[in-house]
Every structure is written in structure tokens, then in C-alpha cells.
Design a protein around this ligand. Structure first.
Ligand code: PLP
Length: 459
């Protein structure tokens, strides 16, 4: 067990949120294990077993979180960690950012809930206008959702009503969520879709990701898509949209080759197919620009955002131009697409505050700068490491691919080993062999460096 204490250079009390790890028990500690035993009794096994990798499966229990602020997390056993995962890339402004919390508290005390589409909240209107301000191109109209999958469903429906077509193209390795529509487009794990094939994306088409299988580069994939879109066989004339993550997240930070996204833009425009960018992971500075589409200067027809947007509150949106949204037609009195919590006021207030922090503190630029530094450190430190086959990144979205692609447990074991040393990372990758990092964009450089050095030493 190793206790890092506070950074020696500081010579003053460093507040929780900016502290190095302090591990006082075996990890997971006894309280975490007991809590997981209880959870396993009450939660659907599809969730607890997978997350928990219970000991009877030969795995270890997870830690159970009790407190999170800034880049720090404390578990129920009192151990302190540095969160290099950003809580699934949500905590871009850090956990419990004081301005975001204050905005949420004010809204909770005034009006936590309104009536979505029927009697909307004033704050929902302010957020819609702010998103229109920040969005690329003319994507000035939105549909709010509660989580990422909601935004993806709204995007799929928007593309269908706007084109009058049905089929959606998605990519191998793409992850868009777990609702039936989103699962249909996702290509991350066939096993997620297998029980629902009758309804999840029947007719949707999976495209190869550049550099996989026989498709060794972006041009080969573009040529394949061009052929597909130009063909009238097998219902190809019924393709409504092509959905892509501009950098694949859950697949282990896979970055498309230069020219690929602009090639897709050109093909979609030529064939009247909606180009949907799922920026739920990459949006709001994660890749070093406000939206990842800026790296390739491509404006999609539809943009999905979520995760970091709410500063920890579940809220998401699907954005499109007025022209595309007109595909829905005029409401005949009842909203054709809505939900009880549409544009929830607390979520909107927290999103406005989180976005303000990201913009004011220039966190996209910080993500680019720290990301480049991190990538150099990892590439330098892991250059001669036979276990590592690739280190890639874009801003503070980083993937360390481990060489043994057949050992689907490798990244999970790395995650537990790092956890025992006080650093939280997530396992990812199509083959389950990638360690992914998505720390808060305002993480203290000392904490990030300590994490990187621990990863380099550990591997
Ligand atoms: C790119 C992307 N799209 C969609 C989703 C689904 O979002 P949620 O889990 O909030 O439904 C995720 C979640 O990780 C994601 O990374």
C-alpha cells in the first residue's frame, strides 16, 4: 500500500479535488466488497456482474464511490483516487465543480422540474440559444434528451423524417448507446445486440473502420461506401444517414485518417444522406477543440452531444439546422417527439454553468496542450515496452493499446492494478485490450503526470 500524501512542493493544504492518491486498504476495501455483495442481490445481473466481475468469476469487485470532487474520488473505505477516466468522460470541468453545483442548487431551490414541451422552463430556452451559439455551422435547432442514447435516438428519427428513408450506416467499433435504435447502429460488441436482432437496427449496415481487416486505409473504406451509396441493390437507396464518432471512444480512442471525415461529408452530400456526428464523448473540448469535427473542418447535418455538457447531470441534445428539423413537419397540437423530462431545468442550469466554465477557462486549449504533453510522455516512456502496441490520442482522449489482442481481460487487469495504486482508468477497445484515459480537462498537471508515470511503471 502506498500513500502519496499531498504534493510536497505545495507546502500548504491542498484541497480534496487536487490531491494525489491515498490508498489505505487493499483495493477493493471491505466496505466496497460488502456494498457490492448487497448490490448484486438487488441489481439486474447484466449490470452488476459485468461491472463487478465478481470474484466467483475470477475477477475483482469494483470500488464503491462515496465522494467525488475535481479530479479526486473517495471510496466507501476512505481511499482517495485520481480519476483519469473523468467518470466516463463526463467530468470535463471536474467532479462537483463549485459553479456547476451552485447553479444546480439555485435551480433545484427555484424549480427543479417544468413541463418539457408543454410549458417549458425559461432556463431550457436559454440553453437552447447557447447551444445554437456554440454549434458548428447552422446547427441552430435542438432536441433535448436525458442521456446520450436519447440524443442518438432523436438523431436517427430526425434523419428518417428529413429524408423519408430508413436505413442507417454505422461503423465497426462505433458505440452509440444501448437503446434499440442506438444499438442497431453500434458496432462495438455483437453480443450487446444479439438478443434484440429482431428490432435493433434491422436493415442498418455496418461499415469497416479504416485500418481494420481488408480495409487498410481511409480511401479503401470511402471507395466501398461510394459503391454502396451508388448501388440500388439490397435497399441501398433507402439509406437515410451515416453515423460516426469523429474519434471512436469506447473502441479505444480510434482516430480516423486525415481526409476521411471530409470524404464522408462529400459522399453524404452527393447522395442526399444525412451525416450524423456522435460527439457525445468528444464534444466540449475533450479532443482539444470545442467539437472534434473542427479538426477536419467538417460540419455534419446532425450533431449529438451529452456527457460533459451537463457537468455531471444527465442531459443531452441532438442538433440540426432549421432546414433539417423541418423534416418533422408542424406539430398538430401534440409534440411528435418529447419526454417527461425534456430540457429538465436543473440539467439546463448545470449545463449552462458547465459550458460557461469550459469556454471561460479555455479548457479546449488546455485539453490540446495537456494531451500533447501526455502523449509525448507515454510514447517516450512506453517506446520499448513489448506489451504496448500503440499509444494514440487527441487532446485529453487517450488510448494505450496492449499487444495481446486476444486476451480480452488484459485491460481490465491493468485497470485493477492501477486502481490499487490510486488511479482510475477505463478498459476499452474492440478487443478489450486498450486502456483509455479521459481525465478532467482542468486536472492539475501534477496529478496527471503522477498517473502517467504510474501507468508507465506498471506496464
Ligand atoms: C460516442 C457515444 N455515444 C453515445 C453514448 C451513449 O451515451 P449514454 O451512455 O449516456 O446513453 C456513449 C456512451 O459512452 C458514447 O460514448
Amino acid at each position: 500500500m502506498r500513500s502519496y500524501g499531498v504534493p510536497a512542493s505545495c507546502g500548504r493544504m491542498v484541497e480534496f479535488g487536487r490531491q494525489l492518491p491515498d490508498i489505505r486498504t487493499v483495493v477493493p476495501g471491505p466496505k466496497s466488497v460488502a456494498a457490492m455483495d448487497q448490490l448484486a442481490r438487488f441489481e439486474c445481473p447484466a449490470i452488476t456482474a459485468r461491472r463487478g466481475r465478481r470474484r466467483d468469476d475470477g475477477g475483482r469487485d469494483p470500488i464503491v464511490w462515496a465522494e467525488a470532487r475535481g479530479a479526486n474520488v473517495r471510496d466507501v473505505d476512505g481511499n482517495r483516487y485520481v480519476d483519469l477516466s473523468g467518470g466516463f468522460a463526463v467530468a470535463s470541468v471536474g467532479h462537483a465543480h463549485p459553479e456547476v453545483v451552485a447553479a444546480g442548487q439555485r435551480q433545484l431551490a427555484t424549480m427543479p422540474h417544468a413541463m418539457g414541451d408543454l410549458f417549458p422552463a425559461d432556463v431550457k430556452i436559454r440553453l437552447a440559444a447557447r447551444l445554437a451559439d456554440l454549434a458548428p455551422g447552422s446547427l441552430t435547432q435542438c432536441i433535448f434528451g436525458s442521456d446520450g442514447s436519447d440524443a442518438v435516438e432523436a438523431a436517427i428519427k430526425t434523419a428518417r423524417v428529413a429524408t423519408g428513408r430508413h436505413r442507417i450506416l454505422g461503423f465497426e467499433g462505433g458505440y452509440h448507446g444501448m437503446t434499440l435504435g442506438a444499438l442497431g447502429v453500434s458496432g462495438y460488441r455483437d453480443s450487446f445486440r444479439a438478443p434484440f436482432l429482431d428490432s435493433a437496427g434491422r436493415g442498418d449496415i455496418r461499415l469497416p473502420w479504416p485500418g481494420t481487416g481488408a480495409f487498410e486505409d481511409g480511401d479503401t473504406v470511402l471507395a466501398y461506401i461510394a459503391q454502396l451509396l451508388g448501388s440500388h441493390a439490397m435497399g441501398c437507396g433507402d439509406i437515410a444517414a451515416l453515423m460516426i464518432e469523429p474519434v471512436q471512444g469506447r473502441a479505444g480512442c480510434r482516430i480516423p485518417p486525415p481526409g476521411f471525415l471530409s470524404g464522408l461529408r462529400e459522399l453524404c452530400t452527393r447522395h442526399g444522406v444525412m451525416l450524423i456526428f456522435d460527439e457525445i464523448y468528444t464534444g466540449f473540448g475533450r479532443t482539444g477543440t470545442r467539437f472534434a469535427c473542427e479538426h477536419s473542418d467538417v460540419v455534419p447535418d446532425i450533431l449529438c452531444i451529452g456527457k460533459a455538457m451537463g457537468g455531471g447531470f444527465p442531459i443531452s441534445a441532438c442538433l440540426a439546422s432549421e432546414e433539417v428539423m423541418q423534416g418533422w413537419g408542424r406539430s398538430k397540437g401534440e409534440a411528435v417527439h418529447t419526454s417527461t423530462f425534456l430540457g429538465n431545468p436543473t440539467g439546463c442550469a448545470m449545463a449552462l454553468a458547465a459550458i460557461e466554465v469550459i469556454e471561460r477557462d479555455a479548457l479546449s486549449a488546455r485539453s490540446a496542450e495537456l494531451g500533447e504533453r501526455a502523449l509525448n510522455a507515454l510514447r517516450g516512456g512506453l517506446a520499448d515496452n513489448a506489451m504496448v502496441s500503440d499509444v494514440r490520442g487527441c487532446g485529453l482522449m487517450i488510448g494505450i493499446e496492449l499487444a495481446d489482442g486476444d486476451d480480452t481481460g488484459l485491460a481490465v487487469r491493468a485497470m485493477f492494478d492501477l486502481l490499487a495504486q490510486g488511479f482510475i482508468v477505463t478498459p476499452g477497445g474492440v478487443a478489450g485490450n486498450t486502456i483509455t484515459l479521459a481525465p478532467p480537462l482542468n486536472i492539475d498537471a501534477t496529478l496527471l503526470d503522477a498517473g502517467l508515470q504510474t501507468i508507465i511503471r506498471g506496464l
